[in-house]
Write a protein that binds this ligand. Sequence first.
Ligand code: YSA
Length: 335
Amino acid sequence: MDLKKLKIEAEKEIKKAKNLKNLNKVFKKYLGKKGEIAKVFNSLKKLSEAKRKKLGKEANLVKAEIEKMIRKKSKELREKARKVRLKKERIDVTRPGKKVEIGHLHPLTLVQREVLEIFQSMGFSVVLGPDIETEWYNFDALNIPKDHPARDFWDTFWLKPETQKSKVKTQKLLRTHTSPVQIRYMEKHNPPLRIIVPGRCFRHEATDISHDIQFYQLEGLVVDKNISAANFRAIIEEFLKRFFKIKIEIRLRPSFFPFTEPSFEIDVRRGKGKWVEMMGAGMVHPNVFKFSRLNPKNWQGFAFGIGLDRLAMLRYKINDIRLFYSGDLRFLKQF
Ligand code: YSA
């Protein structure tokens, strides 16, 4: 090809290039390994020495000029792209900012943390147990054998029976209370004991403003020599005083739990408000010590199970327990 024409063509195409990608194509077409200039150099072999020298010199000149034009254009295009990018990325500092939504703790978590802190300051250790329990820990070891009428008190979510290697079917359940952890702990630890067990519980029962199918309890267990119900009352009164920071009335009612003897239920009220049933409690039954491999002749203890949801309801004056589990942000944002 005529070198002059080649230069004019290249110049036109370089001018037309709208971006670096186009320009790169032009570069390849003219200056690439198989490009137009390379073709010219390849054709030199066939020429006489004089012509080769002349044409070679011209070709080198055209090559250098095309290179220069491409370099210049490339600089222009890069500058143009930079300006476009800067315009796009420009930050308008006068525009109002985006609001960042910050999450916060659920009221039941807040209450649970506070309750644990109070009991820990009174020397209790925090212990946890499984949500999925065996019938043994949830019932039998708590002195509630099969067919005992007291089992009806805890309407239970049973899980599908599992067949074990020995072909014996075992049936698990969602724990109906935190009391099974009493047994689990006493099996492995020697008294004196002073523990609390926060945890989720499940009951297959109709819901209303103070009952849900899931709720939280806080189990407490104290085992030592010479423990009495008076010790229990003192601890609970101290706890309520610290938790509510205002005067709270409590009322002990005789009750029945197969795992305590005597048993009682504790109601609590704020000012002239309604009595709220807050916890079950009692002196640990000798059979419970036996099932936990402790000698009832050597040890005495009290235990209690507080409804943490009820505590939170009283603290925040909430009239329906189901609000805690509704996921309604209008409710949850208030805490
Ligand atoms: C009793 C004696 C002990 O030595 C130790 C623990 C206990 C408590 C026993 N395990 C128990 O579960 N008793 S209870 O059925 O009366 O529940 C205790 C508390 O849990 C209640 O007072 C109430 O505050 C809460 N509760 C029970 N069912 C509930 C519930 N809270 C919300 N929804 C439900 N369905």
